[in-house]
Design a binder for this molecule. Structure first.
Ligand code: NAP
Length: 280
């Protein structure tokens, strides 16, 4: 599994991590096994949020990470409505309790809301001083939001921006990704498999992915993930509640596409016109 420096952090992370949204809809034993398998195959970046299953998923992650916590880069997120100074501190402590851990490796503002950003950042910094989080970042931030965060926090404080990025939704390549690269902010691609709406059969581009996958001995999903993480600032966090899918996705972390493969995928899934940051 290829690892790359994660934004300004003094550590590298695997380019393929593991998402947990809607994992409460999978059979519990399978979901727990999928997370444990993800860690075993090197997808040690585990992404969750207080929102997922209203806290239920964080409890599931706790169960899955028994005996494994030290091997994992654990990420959770505060909901915008909770992101006042006191609310952020409280939400983090509740996440820590549900996750059964003393610290988060990374804590994110899930999306920009009505709470003043400076108070959320102040809470993040307080949590960091207290050792409850090791780093903080943002999610669903467009470039004006990133500029504002940078002006408030300074260079080297924003660890990542977690945003929607998959083959059919490449909007971030216009502005957000170049901004993140310029300011050494990791870009974490969420819904990298289009939340399951993945091109198959006769859909546009499906045959390109299938042909490359067959030639490389991987799945079309792994080819898609490898395309997204071709840029060294990008990390992807596919979700799966099935061990066999987890193992297949991990293969993307060792797959380096050549120029002609990248060009074929690029032509089949063009970047499209700028129309503002897309979010789920
Ligand atoms: P995703 O990872 O794009 O797609 C997940 C879907 O793809 C599931 O239906 C899964 O089914 C299927 N899948 C996964 N691997 C597969 C494979 N190898 N072959 C076939 N199907 C496969 O969707 P996502 O959950 O929307 O996004 C990933 C993560 O990003 C989330 O879990 C969450 O952690 C994060 N996220 C963050 C935000 C945000 O606002 N910050 C928003 C959305 C998501 P199975 O489970 O059956 O494998």
């Amino acid at each position: 599994m290829r690892s790359e420096p994660f934004g300004p952090l003094d550590r590298a992370l695997p380019v393929i991590g593991h998402g947990t949204w809607q994992l409460e809809q999978d059979p519990r034993a399978a979901a727990v096994a999928a997370i444990r398998r993800a860690v075993d195959v090197g997808m040690t970046h585990i992404d969750t949020a207080e929102m997922y299953g209203s806290g239920w998923v964080e409890e599931l992650v706790r169960e899955a990470l028994q005996g494994m916590r030290d091997r994992v880069f654990l990420v959770s997120k505060v909901l915008p409505d909770n992101a006042s100074f006191e609310g952020t501190i409280h939400a983090c402590e509740e996440s820590l309790r549900r996750l059964g851990t003393d610290w988060l490796d990374l804590y994110l503002l899930h999306w920009r809301g009505r709470r003043p950003l400076e108070r959320t950042i102040a809470a993040f910094e307080r949590l960091r001083e207290q050792g409850k989080i090791r780093a903080w970042g943002v999610s669903n931030f467009d470039t004006p939001d990133l500029e504002e965060t940078l002006a408030l926090a300074g260079e080297g404080r924003i660890a990542c921006n977690q945003v929607l990025y998959h083959l059919a939704e490449r909007t971030i390549e216009h502005g957000v990704l170049p901004w993140c690269e310029q300011h050494r902010v990791a870009l974490v691609a969420y819904s990298p498999l289009a939340s399951g709406d993945f091109p198959t059969g006769r859909e546009r581009g499906a045959s390109v992915l299938a042909e490359i996958a067959e030639a490389r001995g991987v799945t079309p999903q792994a080819v898609a993930l490898a395309f997204l993480v071709r840029n060294r600032s990008v990390f992807a966090i596919p979700k799966s509640g099935r061990e066999r899918h987890v193992v297949a996705n991990a293969a993307a972390g060792d797959l380096v596409l050549d120029d002609s493969e990248v060009a074929r995928i690029d032509a089949a899934f063009p970047v499209g016109r700028w129309r503002g940051l897309a979010c789920i």
